[in-house]
Design a protein around this ligand. Structure first.
Ligand SMILES: Cc1ncc(C[n+]2csc(CCOP(=O)(O)OP(=O)(O)O)c2C)c(N)n1
Length: 344
């Protein structure tokens, strides 16, 4: 942040770096990681130099932000860069990251104007619209706005893997380091509940929410027993769409129809109670924020079953594509939506 402020350059974080800079900071562009042209990607399209700090190409492939291979790249890390065709490093700085950035900042001339403000505003507007959305099942944007409003700045969110993760990564304002933990890159589903139990054990005085899809929840929900046994009163927020939403999303994009991704769920309230936990079901869009607050203040292990409008997944690429399609982002043949492949 010191480096960015000194040189007046905007910062995008990968999903796993979320919180390095508060999302409310005037230089914060939000998280980059969708393999479609999100708002933040437009700033990369304009950039001639990208300074990659502690960046792991496995998390977000360089071709996604350097499709035309025209960026000059400065790589700053504790170890030399791993390179590929889209990540040819012009300057590699190996060493302690903070002192390397301080030394670079000393040697560089600040920008007069920080780029990207209009794209940051679009992201903020999307969340602001979501906050006022009165549809049910809830739109992901509304869920994340309500979650943010229910949490203190230093409370902790642990994400599972799926469509909900993409929404959380791009839209949930993270205000302090290590308060929004996202499994990315290899991206194994099922991390949210055990991850949240671990976070609660490490930080017992902070409130911890596991955000998960229904598929990921059912992969590791037996760990509710661990949470109950270890007295780790986390809140589990389940985005319920009765589907492997992200896989459905990819299938619709690529083939125009879903296959073998829909399922039914147990009664999550009764299921929670069978572990000795509290179970709550959201029946209208107005219920989520107060339910979250009640759950967080109860200091009890709680599962919240929240119906989500998964159709919003397909609306997102349409909306982003309409924004303008910069060079390097192609339309898919079948659906006329931007082509993308989501990791995980
Ligand atoms: C252990 C594991 N298995 C499979 C995958 C591939 N995968 C990524 S997201 C996803 C579906 C997630 O569905 P759900 O948990 O319901 O979340 P949603 O996408 O609906 O938000 C799958 C199967 C994975 N990342 N990890």
């Amino acid at each position: 942040m010191r480096f960015a402020e000194k040189l007046n350059v905007p910062i995008a974080t990968t999903f796993m770096a979320k919180g390095v800079i508060p999302d409310t900071h005037p230089l914060a562009l939000g998280a980059i990681g969708l393999q479609m042209c999100d708002y933040v990607n437009h700033v990369f399209v304009e950039a001639d130099v990208v300074i990659a700090v502690g960046y792991d190409v496995v998390e977000y492939a360089p071709r996604s932000w350097n499709p035309t291979l025209d960026k000059r790249i400065v790589h700053v890390d504790m170890a030399p860069a791993e390179v590929d065709a889209a990540y040819i490093v012009d300057v590699g700085v190996v060493g302690d990251i903070a002192s390397s950035l301080d030394a670079l900042a000393q040697a560089a001339t600040p920008h007069a104007v920080a780029h990207g403000a209009q794209f940051r505003n679009m992201l903020h507007d999307e969340l602001a619209q979501g906050r006022c959305d009165s549809s049910f099942p809830l739109k992901p944007q509304r869920i994340l706005a309500d979650l943010r409003s229910a949490l203190a700045d230093d409370d902790i969110v642990i994400s599972d893997v799926g469509a909900h993760k993409l929404w959380l990564a791009r839209l949930f304002p993270c205000l302090q380091p290590n308060t929004c933990i996202i499994s990315n890159g290899f991206a194994a589903m099922g991390i949210a509940i055990p991850g949240a139990v671990a976070a609660k054990l490490a930080q017992p005085n902070r409130r911890v929410v596991a955000v998960t899809g229904d598929g990921g929840f059912l992969m590791n929900s037996q760990e509710l027993e661990t949470a109950a046994r270890l007295k780790a009163p986390i809140v589990v927020l389940v985005f319920n769409d009765r589907s492997y939403g992200l896989i459905r999303w990819k299938q619709m994009q690529q083939f125009g129809r879903p296959a073998f991704v829909d399922f039914s769920n147990p009664d999550f309230v009764k299921y929670a109670e069978s572990f000795g936990a509290n179970g709550m079901r959201i029946g209208s869009e107005e219920e989520l924020a107060p339910t979250l607050r009640r759950a967080l203040n109860s200091n009890q292990l709680t599962i919240i079953d929240c119906p989500v409008d998964a159709a919003e997944n397909l609306r997102l690429p349409q909306k982003l594509y309409a924004l303008t399609a910069p060079a390097g982002f192609k339309l898919s043949k079948q659906t006329h939506l931007p082509e993308f492949a989501v990791q995980g």
